[in-house]
Design a protein around this ligand. Structure first.
Ligand SMILES: [Zn+2]
Length: 441
C-alpha cells in the first residue's frame, strides 16, 4: 500500500468515527429528552385530575421552602382525611415528604407546611433532577390521592443557589397538558452569578456611629475586625461572603438610616445571601457578662444553640445570665411586647402615618425581621418618612438571620477576651456555620 492511500484510510476512519460520535450523541440526547417526557407523563398519570391545589403563599427562608394553600375535596361519607403532605417527587419516582398541618371544612382543605420557618423542604440537598411538588392526601380507608399545585400567589418563578454544592434550583410554575405544576429543576453550576452570595456578615454600627464604647474600646472597630476575619475564614472554606461594610467608609459617614438605598438592610438583601450573622457587643454594665445569640421567631433554635455553645466552649467565655427573652442557655428570641407595640403606635400617630401591622409574634430586632421579608413580618414599607424603604419588605425570599452579642463591653473579662482571642471566637462561629450547612446535605 502506498503511503498516500494509508493516509486516506486513516483520514476516512477518523471521519467515520467523528460522524458516528455525532450521530450517537444526537440519538442519546433525543432519547434523554424523550425519557424525561415519558417519565413526566407517567408521573402526571398518577395525579388525580378531579381537583387542583391552589398555592396562596410560598416562601424560601434561608435554605428551606414552605408553602400553604387550599383545595376543594368533596366529602365522601364514612371516610375522613387521615393525613396531608406536600411531596417533591423526582422523575425516578423517589419522593421527599413534608407533613402539613391542615383544616377541612365545607369541602375546603386548607394546608400548610409551615412549622418552624427554618425547616421544611431543604433546597440544599436536592440531587440534580426535576422534582414536581404535589399534594398527597391520605384517607382513613388508606386510599392516597395526589393533586397538582397551581400558583395562586402573587409570587412568580424564582431561582435558588445552593451553598453546599454549586447547584442552581429553578422553581417554576407551569402546565403539563391540562395539569398545572410547581416544579424544582436542579442543575449544576460552575460559578455563582456576580450578585449572589452564600453568607452575609454584618459589621454593626460604623461611620459616625461607634456603637458601645468603653475606655479605648469601640464596638464598631472591634466588630469590623471580626467581620473581616470571618469573611476570610469562610472564604477559605469555599463560601462566597458578603460584608455589610469593610472599613473604607469615612469616619464621619452617617449610616444611621439602615433602610436607605445603600443602607445595610437593602444591600444585604441585594447580596441574595441565605444566612446572615450580625456582630455586636452589649453595652450595659453587668456583673457576669456573657454571650447572647438572638434568633428569629418560630424557628428551630439548634443553630443558635450551637453558636452559643461553641463560642462559650472555644473562646472560654460564659453564657449571659440575662433572663429577659431567654429561651435556652445563651439563646434569645426578642419579639415585640405589648409596650413596644403601643409605643410604635404612638410614634405613628405623631409622625402621621398608618400604624404598622405589628403583633407579639413580630421579631423586634430589625436585623432579623427586615431581611426575612414576609416570613418574619418585615414592615418598613416607606410610610414612615423619617426612614428610607426596605425594598424587600414584601419579598417571599428571606435571609435566615442571627445576632451575636459577643459579650459586654463594660465587663473586663468579656472585653479583654473579645479583643485578645478574636480567632477563638471566629473559629467557633465558622465551625458552627460549617456544621449547619453540612447538616443540610
Ligand atoms: Zn451594637
Amino acid at each position: 500500500m502506498s503511503k498516500n492511500s494509508k493516509i486516506k484510510i486513516i483520514v476516512a476512519f477518523f471521519v467515520f468515527l467523528m460522524l458516528f460520535l455525532i450521530v450517537n450523541r444526537i440519538i442519546t440526547k433525543k432519547s434523554n429528552t424523550k425519557d424525561v417526557e415519558l417519565q413526566t407523563s407517567l408521573l402526571f398519570n398518577q395525579v388525580n385530575k378531579s381537583s387542583v391545589a391552589k398555592i396562596d403563599k410560598y416562601v424560601i427562608y434561608g435554605t428551606h421552602l414552605n408553602l400553604e394553600g387550599n383545595i376543594q375535596i368533596p366529602k365522601i361519607s364514612g371516610i375522613s382525611i387521615y393525613s396531608v403532605h406536600v411531596i417533591a417527587k423526582d422523575l425516578e419516582g423517589k419522593e421527599i415528604s413534608m407533613d402539613c398541618s391542615y383544616t377541612y371544612k365545607d369541602t375546603i382543605l386548607s394546608f400548610s407546611t409551615f412549622d418552624n420557618i427554618n425547616e421544611g423542604l431543604c433546597l440544599e440537598n436536592l440531587s440534580q433532577n426535576h422534582y414536581y411538588l404535589l399534594l398527597k392526601v391520605i384517607f382513613s380507608n388508606s386510599e392516597e390521592r395526589l393533586f397538582s399545585l397551581e400558583n395562586n400567589s402573587k409570587y412568580e418563578n424564582t431561582t435558588y443557589y445552593t451553598m453546599s454544592k454549586r447547584n442552581k434550583v429553578d422553581l417554576e410554575f407551569g402546565k403539563h397538558e391540562k395539569s398545572p405544576f410547581m416544579k424544582l429543576s436542579v442543575t449544576n453550576l460552575k460559578d455563582l452569578p456576580n450578585d449572589v452570595y452564600d453568607i452575609a456578615i454584618d459589621a454593626s454600627h460604623g461611620g459616625k456611629d461607634t456603637g458601645a464604647t468603653y475606655k479605648k474600646y469601640k464596638e464598631s472597630d472591634i466588630v469590623l475586625k471580626y467581620a473581616k476575619n470571618l469573611k476570610q475564614k469562610l472564604e477559605a472554606l469555599g463560601y462566597k461572603v458578603y460584608i455589610s461594610r469593610d472599613g473604607t467608609e469615612s469616619q464621619d459617614a452617617d449610616l444611621s438610616d439602615m433602610y436607605a438605598e445603600k443602607g445595610r438592610i437593602n444591600t444585604i438583601q441585594e447580596s441574595h445571601s441565605k444566612l446572615l450573622v450580625s456582630l455586636n457587643i452589649n453595652d450595659t454594665r453587668t456583673k457576669t457578662g456573657g454571650v447572647e445569640i438572638y434568633a428569629p421567631t418560630k424557628c428551630n433554635l439548634s443553630f443558635a444553640k450551637s453558636l452559643a455553645d461553641n463560642i462559650v466552649k472555644t473562646a472560654k467565655t460564659s453564657y449571659s445570665s440575662a433572663k429577659l427573652f431567654n429561651k435556652e442557655k445563651g439563646v434569645y428570641v426578642r419579639n415585640f411586647t405589648e409596650y413596644d407595640i403601643l409605643s410604635y403606635k404612638g410614634s405613628a400617630l405623631i409622625h402621621k402615618y398608618e400604624p404598622y401591622n405589628i403583633t407579639k409574634l413580630t421579631p423586634y430586632q430589625y436585623m432579623i425581621r427586615e431581611v426575612g421579608g414576609i416570613v418574619t413580618g418585615a414592615f418598613v414599607d416607606g410610610r414612615n418618612k423619617s426612614y428610607g424603604t426596605n425594598k424587600y419588605y414584601d419579598s417571599n425570599i428571606g435571609i435566615e438571620a442571627y445576632i451575636i452579642e459577643l459579650g459586654y463591653i463594660r465587663y473586663e473579662n468579656d472585653i479583654t477576651n473579645i479583643v485578645n482571642n478574636e480567632n477563638l471566637y471566629c473559629d467557633a462561629i465558622v465551625e458552627t456555620i460549617k456544621g449547619y450547612i453540612k447538616d443540610e446535605e
